[in-house]
Design a protein. Structure first.
Length: 674
């Protein structure tokens, strides 16, 4: 999909003020708590490059009759669209307006009501459960209740119309929730697995509700693995019915009832994901089949064939022969968020923003781009940013927007998952791709689309920071293991193609949130998403030998994990996840400066060194640090970038900075006056 950002709408803005200097002396320079930063210098020029990435991004889909209902992802406002299969046009839409994404959709047995559950960044006490009356699609969906678990990840409607919801909230075990349409009440039915961190699957019959959970997020540290519980609707009790063969997988991923069978799938990690078929009359009677995928989801059935999606495409499982076979499709379906079977055809909803209709018997297919079919294309919250003198790349869900700086044209490239961070070297883009996608690359002179460059262990699924080590000619990537805890450092040689992974280089609890390099040494910033254990450790690491050189535990005043690192001269700069700032003198391995910059940086942050200055960006502000005094000063106040998973800032070879201002990509030329 192509779009353009006309030169006429670019704005050149000036920010006034003077660079603030801290008066400090001695080997340890410490600014007072909540240190105030001055505004930027008089020569800060901001150029608006238009929306960072525009698309109809999606996160759920379900077919009801001839219509596929699709939930939006990281768009504002949240909305559900109706795609009419016979006409291949968007026929209706409704706005929910709460949260950032819709992962859960379910319809009642009559096909009249569609239920939707949303994901939110922070619980504001608003409803997260909605109902759309499909008999009057011109009337908007209405809020009908709220689960206290904040996020709704899956919904199921029992034959009698009772709705069940599961999800989670950070720091709490997920519960099973019920909505009674007769009374309008939302009730908590209990927490079946107190060590689970997330529930993503629920299914219901007249007598039983099945609850699937695990720890695909915030795993390790004693968190449970895959768990399946049966809730007796009459007795109000839970029983553990997890197939033994699935207990080592991180999480239950999907559940579905087809006739007298319960179909169960998992997310894999160190082992492939699995598919189980259980006898509803006797849950101890089941078959479990390993797959070749990292995840099995989107279950649908036709006779004795069960269809499912993995990260590698579509497959079928025969309950008669117990065999798994690929479904023929000529092309890339990307990340699949909807799969249904009707009248001999599979309807597939791709994260790439299209609907594919696959005639299984004929082996033919038809694709419809949702934007061209009438879906609202709008700016999305963004991921990583990378830039050179020609192109700027902005990551989104299942896509990367390429901004051409010569003519302002924007091309949306396809890349599965999320480009969490990226770098451009000699005109070639390199990304760290979530989830479990490793590193991807794109050369605009020869590639039509990005492609995978290197795979890494699937449990090291969340790359967070990408940087280049010019001494060793290595790309360095810091990563997190959502399922196992801890993290890793990846290295990839741009010269030889050799790769390596070093698991838990900080410790088995701290992930590698940030990585930077100086004179061939990698500096790793540790972070700990759990409530217990060490955090905020710096490790100096030899990326060629794969060995730790030394480590430094930061002062107790820096109580949260490292968010970002950068290097200038002999100094290592760092920010924590709550605005703590520190500077390490690398040769003497000492912290020589700390400050509290929560006013500038209330949460996650990113840093980059450009023209001899270290810059930082938070969700609210772009700022810089004085190279001698380390005093902070504001470059752009209230920049308020529309980020999904934390802010980013990057610089091209000329020293120009790129980040987000609201939903728009901006270029910033900063020439501070000392």
């Amino acid at each position: 999909m192509q779009g353009s950002s006309s030169m006429g709408r670019r704005q050149l803005l000036m920010a006034g003020g003077a660079l603030g200097l801290a008066a400090a002396a001695g080997p340890l320079l410490t600014e007072p708590a909540q240190a105030k930063a001055t505004t930027g210098g008089p020569c800060t020029r901001i150029t608006d490059l238009g929306p960072g990435i525009e698309q109809f991004a999606l996160m759920s889909a379900i077919q009801v009759g001839d219509t596929v209902y699709i939930g939006s992802r990281n768009l504002s406002p949240t909305q559900v669209i109706a795609f009419d299969v016979p006409t291949r046009k968007v026929s209706a839409q409704t706005v929910l307006g709460t949260g950032h994404s819709i992962q859960a959709l379910a319809a009642d047995s009559t096909g009249r009501y569609l239920y939707a559950g949303v994901l939110v960044k922070a619980d504001e006490g608003k409803p997260n459960l909605f109902r759309w009356d499909l008999s009057t699609p011109d009337k908007p969906a209405v809020a009908i209740g709220r689960t206290e678990d904040r996020d709704i990840r899956d919904l199921a409607v029992a034959p009698d119309g009772t709705v069940y919801a599961v999800g989670g909230v950070p720091g709490k075990a997920p519960a099973l929730w019920m909505y009674d349409p007769a009374t309008g009440a939302v009730s908590k039915l209990g927490i079946p697995d107190p060590k689970a961190t997330l529930a993503r699957a629920v299914a219901a019959t007249d007598t039983t509700v099945f609850f699937g959970a695990g720890s695909v997020l915030v795993g390790g540290d004693g968190a449970s693995k895959a768990s399946l519980y049966a809730y007796d609707r009459a007795a109000g009790t839970f029983s553990n019915v997890t197939p033994t063969e699935m207990e080592k997988d991180p999480s239950l991923r999907d559940l579905a009832v087809f006739g007298d069978r319960l179909v169960v799938s998992t997310s894999g990690s160190t082992e492939p994901a699995k598919l189980a078929v259980m006898d509803l009359a006797d849950l101890s009677s089941y078959t479990v089949t390993p797959t070749s995928g990292k995840v099995v989801k989107n279950l649908t059935a036709n006779g004795d064939l069960i269809y499912f999606a993995t990260d590698s495409g579509l497959h079928s499982y025969s309950t008669a022969t117990k065999a798994v076979a690929p479904v023929k499709f000529d092309g890339d379906l990307g990340e699949i968020w909807g799969l249904d079977h009707a009248q001999g055809k599979l309807t597939v909803v791709s994260g790439y923003g299209f609907v594919a209709e696959i005639d299984v018997a004929a082996g033919t297919s038809a694709l419809t781009d949702l934007g061209q079919a009438g879906a609202p294309v709008s700016p999305q919250t963004t991921m990583g940013i990378a830039a050179d003198h020609r192109y700027v790349y902005v990551g989104g869900n299942n896509g990367i927007a390429r901004h051409d700086l010569r003519n302002s044209k924007v091309l949306n490239l396809r890349a599965p998952g999320e480009a969490k961070d990226a770098e451009v070297l000699n005109g070639v883009l390199y990304t760290g791709q979530y989830s479990s996608q490793g590193m991807w690359t794109y050369d605009p002179t020869r590639d039509e689309q990005p492609h995978q460059l290197a795979a890494f262990p699937s449990e090291q699924n969340r790359p967070l920071d990408v940087c280049y080590d010019p001494v060793n000619e290595l790309l360095l990537v810091g990563a997190q293991s959502d399922t196992e805890g801890g993290g890793s450092l990846w290295t990839y040689s741009t010269k030889t193609g050799k790769k390596a992974v070093y698991t838990n280089p900080v410790d088995d609890i701290q992930l590698v949130r940030a990585v930077t390099t100086r004179e061939g040494v990698a500096y790793l910033g540790g972070d700990n998403p759990t409530t217990q254990g060490p955090r905020c450790t710096i490790v100096a690491f030899d990326p060629v030998a794969g060995k730790e050189l030394w480590r430094l535990d930061l002062p107790a005043s820096l109580t949260t994990g490292v968010a970002a690192l950068a290097v200038h001269g002999k100094h290592l700069y760092g920010l924590t996840r709550k605005g703590g700032f520190f500077v390490v003198d690398v040769p003497i391995r000492r912290v020589i400066h700390t400050a509290d910059h929560r006013a500038l940086c209330p949460g996650f942050a990113a840093m980059v060194t450009s023209r001899g200055i270290v810059y930082g960006v938070s969700d609210t502000t772009l700022f810089r640090f004085h190279p001698k005094t380390f005093a902070a000063s504001t470059v752009v106040a209230e920049i308020n970038g529309a980020w999904y998973s934390g802010p980013h800032v990057n610089a091209d070879s000329r020293g120009l900075l790129y980040t987000m201002r609201g939903h728009n990509l901006v270029r910033i030329e900063d020439r501070p006056v000392s």
